[in-house]
Design a protein around this ligand. Structure first.
Ligand SMILES: [Zn+2]
Ligand SMILES: [Zn+2]
Length: 119
């Protein structure tokens, strides 16, 4: 295969943006990928940055869910424990705490599974 811009020169690779063959004169390296010099340098650079940012964001989302899961489960355990402990004295009021604790534990589980999805 020859260079798209110089049909007499052999191509050393393909532009990541337009898939055209490039010779040493036409090829530029942006973010470790081959692109058309002065033509698609910016396009590919922006695309690579976007991909990197997306990866970074999904990791942050996942750790956010995990933090929520830990927080909810801790508070959930405290509420449930408090409700069970006070049940003898508070009766029905303690049930509210137990239910709240159960709900928090459920939220913790939901966050945990949601966080795993983003990994
Ligand atoms: Zn190109
Ligand atoms: Zn060329």
């Amino acid at each position: 295969m020859n260079c798209f811009y110089h049909s007499d020169k052999p191509a050393i690779g393909l532009c990541k943006h337009c898939q055209r063959g490039l010779c040493t004169e036409c090829a530029a390296v942006i973010d470790d990928v081959l692109v058309c010099k002065h033509r698609h340098e910016d396009d590919v650079h922006k695309q690579e940055q976007l991909t990197a940012r997306n990866l970074f964001q999904s990791k942050r989302v996942a750790s956010g869910y995990m933090r929520n899961a830990i927080f909810y489960s801790l508070v959930g355990v405290v509420f449930t424990g408090f409700g069970l402990w006070q049940f003898k004295w508070l009766g029905l009021q303690a049930v509210v705490f137990i239910m709240l604790g159960g709900f928090l534990l459920y939220a913790a589980g939901a966050n945990y599974f949601e966080g795993r999805k983003h990994k």
